[in-house]
Design a protein around this ligand. Structure first.
Ligand code: FES
Length: 233
């Protein structure tokens, strides 16, 4: 991980393309009046896509002005989420390697070594401008650890060999498939089903018996109060 700061070299300006402007207007219109700032992540993402994969300061301020947000609020969002890149990234791919505990226990350190050897130091674009990489926190695919995210896609159940192949395929312009890279079906158990495997379970009509919970016992009767002694008030 690293301190997330805006890049020291910034372009002069940023303007949405006609297509992204239409997207921005449609997205903003989904929120009630006065709550348009809720569109900030969607608009920053579009700005990043348009800006070769990273967010420049003019792009953040453009989005802030569009949403009537103070620029510091936009910087807070952009610098908090690692989905936003604050410096130029590789033209082909910026590889985000999850290094959090489940991925680390399943081999993330070996994936980082692949990136180090094929791309170079983290947070730097490779000499040929094609790739960059960084370590990030959990990307929410722990069941398929270890994994990486490239742009919007995740590549899971990786080994050093499959990650190497993935990078080579991307570089060569070959199509790649996102998701598990070891043949696993989504997040199903590796090697196929591990439970409810008896075929008898699936033969013939299936009959279900509803079992109702017993009603709760009635509350205890209130204790009888003794009559007041004579002469007392
Ligand atoms: S720990 Fe890597 S995806 Fe959650």
């Amino acid at each position: 991980m690293s301190v997330r700061r805006l890049d020291p070299v910034q372009p002069d300006s940023f303007v949405f393309s006609a297509e992204n402007m239409a997207f921005a207007k449609k997205t903003i219109a989904q929120y009630p009046s006065g709550k348009q700032a809720s569109a900030v992540i969607a608009l920053l993402w579009r700005a990043q896509e348009q800006n070769a994969g990273w967010l420049s300061r003019p792009a953040m301020e453009y989005v802030g002005a569009m949403l009537d947000m103070s620029f510091i609020r936009v910087y807070e969002v952009a610098t908090f989420y690692t989905m936003f890149q604050l410096s130029p990234v590789g033209k082909i791919a910026h590889v985000q390697v999850c290094g959090t505990t489940p991925c680390m226990l399943r081999g993330a350190n070996d994936l980082k070594k692949v990136c180090q050897s094929k791309i170079g130091a983290p947070h730097h674009v490779s000499a040929d401008g094609k790739f960059s990489w960084e370590e990030v926190e959990c990307l929410g695919a722990c069941v398929n650890a270890p994994m990486v995210q490239i742009h919007k896609e995740t590549y899971e159940d990786l080994t050093p060999e499959s990650l190497t192949k993935l990078l080579e395929d991307l570089e060569a312009g070959r199509s790649v498939k996102s998701g598990p890279q070891n043949g696993r079906q989504l997040s199903a158990p590796e090697g196929g089903p591990q439970t409810l495997t008896d075929p008898e379970l699936y033969k013939g009509p299936r009959k279900f018996t509803r079992i109702e919970a017993a009603p709760p016992p009635p509350p205890p009767a209130p204790a009888a109060t003794a009559p007041a002694p004579k002469g007392s008030k």
